[in-house]
Design a protein around this ligand. Structure first.
Ligand code: DGL
Length: 360
């Protein structure tokens, strides 16, 4: 190679090295995102008497600062601070808890210095809180729910890595505008479609036939899909004015279930009934008169299915037009209840409510 060419190659190599050094320097200096962790309790904050205790442990005993201190690696990926909003097992979550949590999330996300929020939560009703927030949060900034299937004291506890991934996801640009997310066991699921599918498995959270939106790889999000349904900034629901959510009950269908539960809910004065029917949302001939009577009394009836995936067809198993029922699309009964409760804060018009089930 002649001297001129060698000289040119040397200059190019030096330029490449200088560019790499500059980029590396810039990356190292990029400010870390500000992530707030709102702790509510659950197994992720649980403690067992031995390292192999994975059932029968104390739930909701570890405070938010201890959860943060247990994962010093968080300091590498975000500026983190914590708030203990509740300290409960999530089977004890109530609509009032949801309203308080939703207001605090919206207050924090309205602050320029907050980039994202992680909510630590028991897994039993995590999907319900996530869906409520999916409809109530008014910001596009990431909100990520995270829990654990093993208590913090267990061998190979899943909480610390789940928390690390959740903080990374909540501080990422990739998660902006995707709605409320659930991050556990390396998977990223959307709040609308995710459900707890196994009582004890670490990978319990799945979006059944629709699948996860993406996954966490070495602490970084990789997205492959996004929800097509309305959420967060596209939501018409404003919880600032809601003092109490309308009461909505769920009736679970099974062979020979009869009408006693429907009649009890009607007598209790609920404003809505979600009927979790067998198959494609079927209503038995025995139960039908009570459900129609509830509608005649002004209770809004939504037909969903106990099956767990697939949409309920309007006017399929039941003539919804004739009975003025609403169908839940493919929302599980527990999520249909949340959407119906919020819908009832705005209207009792069943055509409007059916539109909401078709859009959210
Ligand atoms: N009691 C359950 C709850 O708080 C514990 C299960 C869990 O958090 O994984 O949801």
């Amino acid at each position: 190679m002649n001297r001129r060419r060698l000289g040119f190659m040397t200059v190019v190599s030096l330029l490449v090295l200088a560019t790499h050094a500059t980029l590396a320097g810039q990356a190292a200096q990029a400010p870390l995102p500000n992530v707030v962790i709102l702790a509510t309790g659950g197994t992720i904050a649980g403690t067992g008497t031995t390292s192999t205790t994975t059932v029968g442990y104390a739930v909701a005993t570890v405070g938010v600062q201890s959860l943060i201190d247990a994962v010093p690696e968080l300091k590498r990926i975000a500026m983190v601070r914590g708030e203990q909003v509740f300290q409960i097992a999530s089977e004890n979550m109530t609509c009032d808890h949801w309203l308080k949590l939703g207001r605090r999330v919206n207050e924090l996300l309205a602050q320029d210095e907050v980039d994202g929020i992680v909510i630590t939560h028991g897994t039993d009703t995590l999907e319900e809180t996530a869906y409520f927030l999916n409809l109530a949060v008014t910001s596009a900034k990431p909100v990520v729910l995270v829990g654990a299937m093993r208590p913090s004291t267990a061998l190979s506890a899943d909480g610390p890595m789940n928390l690390y991934d959740a903080v990374s996801l909540a501080g990422s640009r990739e998660a902006v505008g995707r709605g409320v997310l659930v991050c556990m066991n390396d998977q990223i699921n959307g709040a609308r479609d995710v459900t707890k599918t196994n009582t004890s498995d670490l990978g319990t959270f799945r979006s059944r036939e629709l699948g996860p939106l993406g996954s966490m790889r070495a602490g970084r999000p990789a997205f492959y899909r996004t929800s097509t349904r309305r959420h967060t900034t596209q939501s018409e629901f404003d919880i600032r004015e809601i003092r109490e959510l309308p009461r909505v009950g769920i009736v679970y269908g099974y062979a020979d279930y009869g009408s006693a539960v429907i009649e009890a809910l009607t007598a209790a004065g609920v404003k809505g009934i979600v009927h979790a029917g067998v198959g494609n949302g079927s209503v038995s001939l025995d139960a039908r008169p009570a459900l129609v009577a509830a509608r005649v009394k002004g209770i809004v009836v939504v037909r969903s299915s106990r099956v767990g995936s697939g949409a309920v067809a309007r006017n399929g198993e039941v003539n919804d037009d004739a009975f003025d029922f609403v169908v839940a699309d493919d929302l599980t009964p527990q999520k249909a209840r949340i959407l119906l409760a919020l819908a009832l804060t705005k209207t009792v018009d069943t055509r409007e409510i059916q539109r909401m089930f078709n859009q959210y």
